[in-house]
Write a protein that binds this ligand. Structure first.
Ligand code: BTN
Length: 270
């Protein structure tokens, strides 16, 4: 089997060497949400690895029901169709771990002199500011994950973000960190190659080593941090001990090991 060379950008001026992710692509100048479009393609039985990308997303969706805003033509907004039928539905978090690592690797590759962390479960921070996010949507059928949509937004060249004073980890772009603009195509190429490498490791059964890498880059791992427990609006000190098999965060608070879902917890500071 040989890696495929696919021209991803609309102007086709570079090639990506990958085995699965990016072996086919679909570009639209604008659309509402690439995740929705990719889901349509998945339902129509598109090949695994299809990348749906756009320059202008008009109704981008984020985690926890938020909106994802990205200035047109300055950022990467894309969704990848995967068919991880080798995972049981209860193993969904393994895909999240692998994809977060792939995005982190790509950003670190672009900015080797900066600190790139994963904020549980899959926000990507550069020097403690949010540079990328993932929205993964799984479709379960017949006791299997029939398909997954890996939605990724990367702030590449955007210089101004809406006022977000209340955010503990404000947005930032790669260009702001690098001190100058980056070629979107080059960032896309690194992104697809790193995601592909991580996906292949997952598919080959190497999840334990992926999880080790995830912990290595996980913000606050084995470190006491300040958290907000959403249900009772209480601030606590807690130490991240890992994630459980359902992807919940294991936090040691006053000698008690507590497990939290995404909506139950906010990281306030490290
Ligand atoms: C988050 O951090 O809240 C997740 C953001 C995910 C945004 C991407 S942009 C491409 C894809 N399409 C969407 O509607 N959302 C994801």
């Amino acid at each position: 089997m040989t890696a495929s060379l696919t021209n991803i950008p609309k102007n086709g001026n570079y090639s990506t060497k990958t085995w699965v992710i990016g072996t086919s692509s679909h570009y639209l100048p604008h659309c509402q949400s690439t995740n929705d479009l990719a889901a349509e393609k998945a339902r129509e039985a598109c090949p695994e690895g299809l990348v749906v990308h756009t320059d202008h997303q008009t109704a981008g969706r984020g985690q926890r029901g938020t909106q994802w805003q990205a200035a047109p033509g300055e950022n990467l907004t894309l969704s990848i169709v995967l068919r991880p039928t080798f995972l049981a539905p209860r193993e969904q978090f393994k895909l999240s771990v692998s994809m977060a690592l792939g995005v982190r690797d790509a950003l670190q590759d672009c900015l080797p002199n900066h600190q790139v962390h994963i904020k549980w479960p899959n926000d990507i921070l550069i020097d403690l500011k949010k540079a990328a996010g993932l929205l993964i949507e799984n479709n379960l059928s017949g006791g299997k994950i029939a398909w997954s949509i890996i939605g990724i937004g990367v702030n590449v060249n955007q210089q101004h973000f809406d006022e977000v004073a209340a955010f503990a980890f404000p947005p930032v772009s790669l260009a702001q960190c690098a001190g100058g603009p980056l070629a979107l195509e080059a960032v896309m190429q690194k992104l697809l190659e790193h995601l592909d490498a991580r996906y292949l490791r997952l598919r080959a059964g190497h999840y334990p080593s992926l999880l080790q890498d995830y912990y290595q880059h996980l913000l606050g791992y084995q470190q006491e941090c300040r958290w907000l427990i959403v249900a009772d609006d209480r601030e606590v000190w807690g130490t991240v001990k890992g994630v459980d098999e359902n992807g919940r965060l294991k936090l040691l608070i006053d000698q008690d090991l507590c497990h939290f879902d995404l909506k139950e917890l906010r990281l306030l500071s490290v």
